[in-house]
Design a protein around this ligand. Structure first.
Ligand code: ARG
Ligand code: ZN
Length: 892
């Protein structure tokens, strides 16, 4: 059964108010839900009331206070039907019974480390009580939670209005003391934003005063003993609150904002109104246990969930097809926040790296789907990189096309007009069209057409006319269900760079297709709207190189007729830092693709020597003190293996790619020689007090990157240096970087350090996760067996999603050679885990299954092995809808 966008109809009844009483018990929690229901105006009269349920145990039902006759309703584990509802306002009281302790799916009400918590997005509320569990039914909630006093904190959405002790409920020992708390959330919300948390947790408190002077209580709840790891999250929260006021004029709206960190969580975090629930990995940090990357991720996720309060909660989605309405926009907002907190170009580069590593493969394989999908069978499988990251790129393109002010005006209109409503992408786009008086109908194709567009740009310079002409041709490969594509509206940010490196101006930009002048000397964006779109820049007084797609102004794949020397020039001189990095990537990618092809054709590894000019250019950037450390660290990173595979596109042999990449690392390392170690030493910060700010992190990133590249030479002296680096490290960033470099470069010293690391952090699950994923990512042959052994290691548990992702997720995602083994053993291992995990946690199992998404691009032998495993998964008995959906789409 599938759900289709075109079938949308509103519910025949509204539920204006929900009153919940939850009596907590691990095996017998009772939920009493009293719903104020009314027929919707214009709804089909006398329609039955059909509420969703999932795995529910029905206890009782009352209509307007009276017990319902058996014939008046039907109740199953997945539905409650009131056959002839009154055609005026009425109340319906429904009682259900839950066993949170047995809830291994981590959807609905479950237990994590003894605490009760909920996850309702997308369809988890129906696992708590019967409801219209869809985002267009907005209700005001009040919630009463009851539990023994040992369950210390009782939390729900909104403001706390009452609490105290109560008499012990029947059936419990008389000497057991009970208490209750009542919460009211004044803002109407869809059921997916409901949350309840209860447990003996530790609480860290702070305050934030909004710009209109409201004093907000901030609480972060964590496991006892983790209070010393909350500072960074709290600080990130306060900066997020301030930033949303400063940049988007969005103020917080309740008296209290709470964050709870739990260790069992399917995803990253959840924006429940006033009560965000987090995977503890995105909250907990102290220098000894968290890396700079963790610090940055925490800051981003805290901001993301907080920003949802306006983009998601105050204005929500009409249906789940509109998921990108809140997710794309909120990712865009959190990216902007991090750019303001840190280095904008460095943030942009890492976002594009992530887009290429996660979204591009999705878009180019059997799981490709639109940013706003039109059909799904399991909505949880659409919390994808396409919806989130490409969705954010679409918002970014809007900003590029409309300018900062235009974009802000459109958003302001959106906030104004739709506050308190559940809306669609069309509503979103219309806000910008109206605010800016533009036609975005062609642009809106970004929401409706899947696949990464290809752009081919060709330029030529006419010295006599002082004109540079630029022709850009667009196409978009077929994707499932979309064999042909319409022409899209693509913003290409650009500039000219002289061959001596100086910026070059122009007088005007002419659209050669129409003959119209479309811009003057200040034009920075070309709007591509035709299949073959030609532009002429006039008044170009000297030969220049076009720097195209600056800042990655559109999520496309760009090829050009720029020469190797053109790219070297951009790499050394472009005023756009993103394109300097991109130029280096282009050159390195080109080399890797050629080298891989040669290896596949039977050549040995050193068939293509690295051009000296590249080395010189890279070295110049690395040593250039005017460039930020973090940016130089990014320049050191070679394109990842999966990116090379996608660039090659078909008959992919991951072994050849790996060999090509390793030999390039070796060549670079050898050629850069001592300069790597000299710079590494020069960057040693004698000040041992740890600072987590972006520039300190950048220095560490460059230093660790240099050490890693130096290790590619596999020399003992450098290995010793890395071991010393490990031992001298005063923070997890440096320590783990040394361990990772030694492990990935297959240095013998790694094994003893891996053991020592485990011994030191045995009781620190989040650190153990790093240890698991590092071993799973190591490219060597023995990794397969090591991963199998780790499955029965006491530090591993199949019940915890973080452990599973760290071991199996890292193996499938980051270890291209071992996952894609020619003997099929990598696929088999991951398939075994998917099948086993599916029995307890289908959502996380389905996430793992996504790693098969690029199988069709592999060479025939590996393709055969992958297909065999996909078929085995698809044919497994009583497979969940979640995994079946992914496996079947992969096979289609
Ligand atoms: N809305 C959450 C976020 O992006 C993600 C929740 C997804 N949960 C799920 N079960 N699909 O912050
Ligand atoms: Zn989100």
């Amino acid at each position: 059964s599938v759900v289709r966008l075109e079938d949308y109809i509103p519910t025949p009844y509204s539920i204006d108010h929900v009153s919940l009483t939850v009596r907590l018990d691990p095996l017998e929690t009772f939920v009493t839900s009293t719903l104020s229901i009314a027929p919707r105006e214009g709804g089909s009269e006398e329609a039955a009331l059909t509420l969703d349920g999932d795995d529910l145990v029905f206890v009782s039902a009352r209509l307007n206070g009276d017990v319902l006759e058996d014939s008046a309703y039907s109740a199953s584990d997945e539905q409650f039907i009131l056959k002839n509802p009154p055609q005026e306002a009425f109340t319906l009281e429904l009682v259900t019974k839950l066993a949170p302790q047995k809830n291994t799916q981590l959807m609905g009400l479950y237990r994590s480390n003894g605490a009760y918590c909920t996850q309702c997005e997308a369809e988890g509320f129906r696992r708590i009580t019967y409801f219209y569990d869809r985002p267009d039914v907005l209700s005001v909630y009040d919630v009463r939670i009851e539990a023994p006093v040992e369950v210390k904190y009782l939390l729900a959405n909104g403001n706390l209005v009452d609490s105290g002790t109560m008499s012990t409920p029947e059936g419990y020992p008389e000497d057991q003391l009970w208490h209750y708390a009542c919460w009211q959330d004044p803002f109407p919300k869809p059921s997916y934003l409901f949350a309840l948390v209860a447990g003996d947790l530790a609480r860290v408190e702070d305050r934030f005063v909004t710009r209109s002077g409201r004093d907000i209580t901030l609480h972060i709840y964590v496991e006892h003993g983790k209070e010393d790891r909350v500072d960074h999250a709290m600080d990130s929260l306060k900066r997020s609150m301030k930033w949303d006021e400063d940049v988007f004029d969005r103020e917080y709206d309740l008296d209290i904002f709470m964050i709870v960190a739990v260790s069992d969580f399917n995803m990253g975090a959840m924006e429940n109104k006033g009560l965000n629930v987090f995977n503890d990995k995105y909250v907990l940090a102290k220098p000894e246990t968290a890396t700079d990357t963790d610090y940055a991720l925490i800051e981003g996720v805290i901001a993301h969930e907080y920003f949802h309060n306006w983009t998601g909660n105050r204005i929500t989605c009409r249906d789940w097809f509109q998921l990108c309405l809140k997710e794309g926009l909120t990712v865009f907002r959190d990216q902007e926040f991090s750019s303001d907190m840190r280095s904008r170009p460095v943030k942009r580069i890492s976002d594009v790296q992530q887009l290429r590593a996660r979204q591009f493969p999705e878009d180019s394989g059997p799981l490709a789907h639109q940013v706003r999908p039109e059909v799904y069978s399991e909505i949880n499988n659409f919390y994808t990189s396409t919806v989130y990251e490409k969705g954010a790129e679409v918002c970014r393109m809007l900003e590029t096309l409309l300018g900062k002010e235009g974009f802000k005006a459109g958003l302001d209109l959106y906030f104004d007009r739709f506050d308190g409503q559940a809306v669609t992408i069309e509503d979103f786009i219309a806000s910008f069209e109206e605010a800016c008086s533009v036609d975005l109908s062609q642009f809106a194709l970004w929401y409706r057409q899947a696949g990464t567009p290809d752009l081919v740009a060709t330029y030529s310079y006419d010295a006599a006319r002082e004109q540079l002409s630029l022709s850009i041709e667009q196409s978009c490969p077929p994707t499932p269900g979309q064999p042909t594509k319409k022409v899209m509206h693509i913003p290409v940010r650009f500039g000219l760079v002289g061959r001596d490196g100086s910026p070059v101006g122009f007088t005007s930009v002419i659209d050669a297709n129409s003959g119209q002048e479309i811009g003057k000397s200040d034009c920075t964006v070309l709007e591509i709207r035709e299949r073959q779109h030609k532009f002429i820049l006039t008044g170009v007084s000297k030969d220049a190189i076009p720097s195209l797609l600056r800042g990655f102004s559109a999520p496309v794949h760009l090829r050009t007729n720029l020469t190797h020397d053109d790219y070297l020039c951009l790499m050394g001189h472009d005023t756009d830092p993103f394109n300097r990095w991109e130029a280096a990537q282009f050159i390195l990618m080109d080399h890797l693709v050629q080298q891989t092809r040669a290896l596949q054709a039977g050549a040995n590894t050193s068939s293509h020597a690295l051009d000296d000019s590249i080395l010189e250019a890279l070295k110049a950037c690395l040593m250039d003190d005017s460039l930020e450390h973090a940016f130089r660290a990014q320049l050191l990173q070679l394109p990842i293996e999966s990116d090379v595979g996608r660039e090659i596109g078909h008959d992919v042999d991951p072994d050849a790619i790996h060999r090509a990449r390793e030999s390039l690392r070796h060549a670079l390392s050898t050629a850069l020689g001592d300069s790597l170690i000299d710079l590494y030493k020069a960057l040693d910060d004698k000040d041992t007090s740890f600072r987590s700010d972006a520039s300190s992190a950048g220095r560490r990133a460059l230093r660790n990157g240099l050490l890693d590249l130096a290790l590619a030479r596999k020399e003992e002296a450098i290995s010793d240096l890395a071991v010393a680096h490990y031992h001298n490290a005063t923070n997890m960033t440096d320590r783990f970087a040394a361990l990772a470099s030694l492990t990935r470069n297959e240095m013998p010293a790694a094994n003893a350090l891996l053991d020592a690391f485990h011994a030191e952090f045995t009781n620190d699950a989040l650190v153990i996760d790093k240890w698991l994923s590092l071993q799973a990512s190591a490219p060597q042959e023995e990794t397969l067996q090591r991963v199998k052994d780790l499955l029965s290691h006491p530090s591993f548990s199949m019940n915890n999603p973080n452990r599973v992702r760290s071991l199996i997720g890292a193996f499938a995602m980051n270890n291209q050679v071992q996952f894609n083994r020619k003997d099929g053993e990598g696929f088999k291992l991951v398939a075994d885990i998917i099948i086993e995990l599916d029995k307890s946690n289908p959502q996380t199992a389905a996430r793992l299954a996504n790693n098969f998404r690029s199988w069709k691009a592999l060479e025939p032998d590996r393709q055969g092995q992958a297909k065999k495993e996909l078929l085995r998964i698809a044919n497994t008995e009583s497979l969940s809808k979640d995994v079946a959906d992914i496996a079947n789409r992969c096979l289609q």
